[in-house]
Write a protein of this length. Structure first.
Length: 88
C-alpha cells in the first residue's frame, strides 16, 4: 500500500479532522481515507452525470432536427440517379 504525507497542514484543519475522526470512532488515518474515497466517488459521479447529460442533449438535438430532403435544395434524388446509372 502507498503512503501519503501531507506537509504544511494548517492547525485548524488538523483539529477539525481530529474532531471528525473522534466523533466517528476512527483514527485520523482511517478518516482521511474515508474522506478521500467519498470525494473521489462524488467526483466520478459528477463526471458520469455530465456525460449522461451531454448524451441526452445530443439525442434531443438530433430529434429536433428536421430531416433534410435533397429535393428541398433542388438536388436530384439519389435513388433516381442510381437507377439511371444501372439502366445504362
Amino acid at each position: 500500500m502507498a503512503t501519503l504525507y501531507v506537509r504544511n497542514l494548517p492547525d485548524d484543519l488538523y483539529a477539525k479532522l481530529q474532531n471528525l475522526a473522534a466523533s466517528e470512532h476512527r483514527s485520523i488515518n482511517a478518516q482521511v481515507i474515508t474522506l478521500l474515497e467519498q470525494a473521489l466517488k462524488t467526483e466520478a459521479q459528477e463526471i458520469e452525470d455530465q456525460k449522461r447529460q451531454n448524451v441526452l442533449k445530443v439525442l434531443e438535438e438530433s430529434r429536433q432536427r428536421r430531416r433534410v430532403n435533397p429535393a428541398d435544395f433542388g438536388l436530384p434524388d439519389s435513388t433516381e440517379l442510381i437507377r439511371e446509372d444501372r439502366d445504362r
